[in-house]
Write a protein that binds this ligand. Structure first.
Ligand code: ADP
Ligand code: MG
Length: 304
């Protein structure tokens, strides 16, 4: 089990992370969310051992993860990290980059594993292409495959699919996260994209003002987002008396109700329209099946 025990850290005197405490079991998928600058990347780097903690300790099983003050070479064999900087070998091929750290003693095994990982990140067509010729998204895939090559026990991912285009993202997410589950590899994902989390994370940590403000399952956070910060991660939402926080899809346009609003704009959203309206001089969002004329008066209520 990964144990992050009451850690505190700042790049200067200001604390970026304060009294952070949580555990991750083997094979578990934990998401770290929070606004930009809330310390997600810093937390990932601390777990990797990139900086020395001000207070607290981090353990994987019985081994303490120590920073550069105690370690000549940063990092441990059991933990791999994929950050924004991919750190690949540009003039060698995709297959060579992925296989680089695999033993040459067992060439057949090496070839098999390299092939398997190329399939996970769907780069079969580029196996023999030099990395420098790849797009940003393709490089990101190579970096993920390379991090998995040596079978780490923990994988740290910082905005892992940020460079990959939307056509391919969801399939890749499924491949990578299913692979991690199948191999019982613990995974910590820092992200601002709900699609990296929904359907994949076992638990979510929400960072705000250098602390963990909530740790819960995606289902519980989604169903009962206690704070606007949490609701905003999942979608368009409103704060409406007497309901509190309600998502746009929890409101419906009805013939009659004592809640009246004026339409400002309709946004086409695929299967539905998002209606922006003014209610009590505030902007609200309501999901609706059709576009509504600007300035029309509508009544709305909670979806029963
Ligand atoms: P996030 O990944 O959630 O956007 P970061 O962990 O990158 O947040 O940053 C948290 C805070 O630490 C921010 O205020 C950021 O400016 C600061 N910070 C990040 N990296 C460094 C660094 N290398 N030196 C000094 N301050 C940093
Ligand atoms: Mg970051």
């Amino acid at each position: 089990m990964l144990q992050v025990k009451n850690i505190t850290f700042g790049y200067s005197k200001t604390k970026v992370l304060n009294a952070i405490d949580f555990n991750v079991k083997p094979g578990e998928n934990l998401a770290i969310i929070g606004e930009s600058g809330s310390g997600k990347s810093t937390l990932i780097k601390l777990i990797y051992g990139e900086y020395d903690l001000n207070e607290g300790q981090i353990f994987w099983k019985d081994e303490e993860i120590l920073g550069p003050k105690y370690n000549l070479v940063v990092g441990y064999d059991f933990i791999k990290s994929v950050s924004q900087e991919f750190d690949l070998m540009p003039v060698t091929t995709v297959a060579e980059n992925i296989g680089k750290f695999l033993s040459n003693f067992y060439p057949e095994e090496k070839q098999k594993r390299t092939k398997e990982l190329i399939e996970v990140v769907e780069l079969e067509a580029f196996a023999n292409t030099k990395v420098k010729l790849l797009s940003g998204g393709q490089k990101q895939r190579v970096a993920i495959a390379r991090a998995l090559a040596k079978q780490p026990e923990i994988l740290l991912l910082d905005e892992p699919f940020s460079h990959i285009d939307n056509f391919q993202k969801q399939g890749l997410r499924r491949n990578v996260f299913n692979y991690l589950k199948a191999k019982n590899i613990a995974c910590i994902v820092a992200t601002h994209d709900r699609k990296d989390v929904l359907g994949f994370a076992d638990e979510i940590i929400v960072l705000d003002e250098s602390k963990i403000i909530v740790k819960d399952t995606p289902q519980n956070l989604y169903k009962n987002p206690k704070l606007p910060l949490i609701a905003s991660f999942f979608g368009e939402f409103n704060i409406i008396d007497p309901y509190g926080i309600v998502y746009a899809h929890q409101l419906q346009v009805v013939e009659e109700s004592n809640l009246k609003a004026t339409v400002r704009k309709s946004y086409f959203n695929g299967s539905v329209w998002l209606i922006e309206a003014i209610y009590n001089s505030e902007i609200i969002f309501i999901q609706h099946k059709a576009e509504l004329p600007k300035d029309s008066e509508i009544h709305f209520s909670l979806v029963s």
